[in-house]
Design a protein around this ligand. Structure first.
Ligand code: TYD
Ligand code: MG
Length: 464
């Protein structure tokens, strides 16, 4: 393939992907030494509009009326996995590019093979693997008893070869497993370097738009939780989905971090079984599996995940300081918010934990940064501190303000209904979330301040 004429040269850090107009010894962004490499972005496939050697043209009319632009977002293909569709915002959009990222071993290849098998009967589906041999993929499909005979498989790592194949076969869906092993012949950088990953993703994205093929990239997350070339892919792709695999858990949560065609923070839940990934239709029931005698320090709350409620248990442990200074550790919750909640409890309720270590955790490996968890977290802390369990049938939600007030949260009614559906009969909630009509089966205790809330908790009889 002839090299494109150089237009402008930039220097790109192979560690973090930052761009500079001049070479320098050290990257100003990430501080790495000797990582800047010369890079020529002026290549036709990336969108300058000339006819490319890949056999399609990048040309689009420069000006059109908005009304004349086809609505492709309205045309969605279901992946046949409701949890995956939900996270995408209702299914795959033609010509869209999705990045599915997660730890090695999370189950990305398994999930995409299952999806490809479900889709291949309605759309031509191409699975390109640069990591596993065709034999390995076929074996996995057979072991999972997938009806996957019609999937087109290719073992490739060259972007140019993939593009040729896509133009020739014209599939509706292409899986690229993984983007980190892809490379373009036009760059001398090693496959896996940030520059290669970014350029490969850019070219394949352009190909997706031109051919109206939905492309799903697999991306591995490094130990530090970064995608190789942190952030470099985020602005290229349309949807960024994370497959989380909490240590030791067979559950996998799928969450959209970015979505140009739907809401972010939608949550899908799967379980890894010996038959591959299975959808979990009622995640509240899973995350709430509590032992019979849950002692002090456990409070159940209702999260709002995208478009649905999710019941989770928040646990806290308060114990005398073990080393010089008091520790505040939050797992699955925001540590800074925990410190803030403790300060509010001290200032407005006179309860000081200065000589105590405080740990808080959301069970089941769930992670949330919803402020609606404030009240449940501080109540779990209070329950542990006072060594007094909270009632088993109680749920709590509400945001805590710096002045000690309990602020309302969105979707209060739906949260209450979800709690009632799962057998909860009492709820401490923000005053402003009090339903106009009582919800049958659940008694609500609306509170205005943290002081009110803690007093209400103390007065509720403990049934367990
Ligand atoms: P894989 O899809 O290869 O992960 P990734 O592509 O994200 O690196 O999944 C690998 C893990 O999943 C591996 O530890 C084995 C486990 N697994 C099952 O438990 N059951 C199954 O049916 C399959 C296919 C994999
Ligand atoms: Mg894999």
């Amino acid at each position: 393939m002839p090299k494109a004429k150089r237009t402008a040269t930039v220097f790109v850090c192979t560690e973090c992907g930052s761009e500079f107009t001049k070479w320098q010894g050290r990257c100003n962004s990430c501080g790495a030494w000797n990582t800047l490499k010369e890079f020529n972005p002026g290549h036709d496939v990336t969108g300058s509009g000339r006819k490319s050697s890949l056999g399609y043209s990048g040309t689009e009319d420069s000006v059109v009326q908005l009304g004349d632009v086809k609505d492709v977002v309205g045309i969605r293909t279901s992946t046949n996995f409701a949890e995956f569709d939900r996270v995408l915002g209702g299914g795959l959009v033609k010509g869209s590019v999705i990045l599915l990222a997660g730890d090695p071993g999370a189950g990305k290849s398994t999930l995409l093979l299952q999806i490809a098998a479900a889709l291949c009967h309605q759309e031509k589906t191409l699975y390109v693997s640069g990591e596993e041999s065709l034999q390995q993929i076929a074996n996995r499909a057979r072991r999972l008893r997938l009806d996957a005979e019609q999937i087109l498989l290719a073992s490739l790592t060259s972007v140019e070869q993939i593009a040729e194949l896509v133009v020739k076969e014209n599939p509706g869906i292409v899986v690229v497993d993984s983007i980190q092993v892809m490379h373009t012949d036009d760059l001398d950088n090693m496959p896996g370097s940030v520059t290669q990953v970014r350029e490969s993703a850019t070219r394949l994205t352009h190909l997706a738009k031109q051919t109206q093929t939905a492309v799903i990239f697999v991306g591995h997350v490094t130990k530090e939780g970064n995608l190789a070339g942190p952030k470099v892919l985020e602005h290229i792709i349309d949807c960024f989905i994370m497959l989380d695999s909490p240590a030791g858990s067979r559950f996998r949560t799928l969450r959209s971090v970015k979505n140009r065609f739907g809401a972010v923070n939608e949550l899908g839940v799967f379980a890894m079984t010996d038959q591959g990934l299975r959808e979990v239709k009622n995640p509240s029931a899973i995350f709430l599996e509590r032992s019979e005698e849950s002692g002090p320090g456990s409070v159940v709350t209702v999260l709002w995940e995208g478009t649905r409620p999710l019941l989770v248990e928040i646990q806290a442990l308060v114990d005398e300081v073990q080393s010089g200074y008091p520790r505040r550790v939050a797992v699955g919750l925001d540590s800074q918010r925990l410190s803030m909640q403790l300060a509010i409890m001290h200032r407005h309720c006179g309860i000081t934990l200065n000589d105590q270590d405080v740990f808080a955790n959301v069970t089941g490996g769930v992670r949330t940064n919803e402020t609606a968890t404030d009240l449940a977290t501080i109540m779990a802390v209070y329950s542990s501190f006072r060594s007094r369990p909270s009632p088993r049938e109680l749920v709590v939600f509400g945001e805590l303000g710096l002045t000690g007030e309990i602020r309302p949260v969105p979707n209060g009614q739906e949260r209450l209904r979800e709690a009632q559906k799962h057998g909860f009969t009492q709820a401490i909630i923000p005053f402003a979330n009090q339903p106009k009509k009582p919800i049958k089966g659940i008694e609500t205790y609306p509170v205005k301040t943290l002081g009110d809330a803690l007093e209400t908790l103390t007065q509720l009889p403990i049934s367990n």
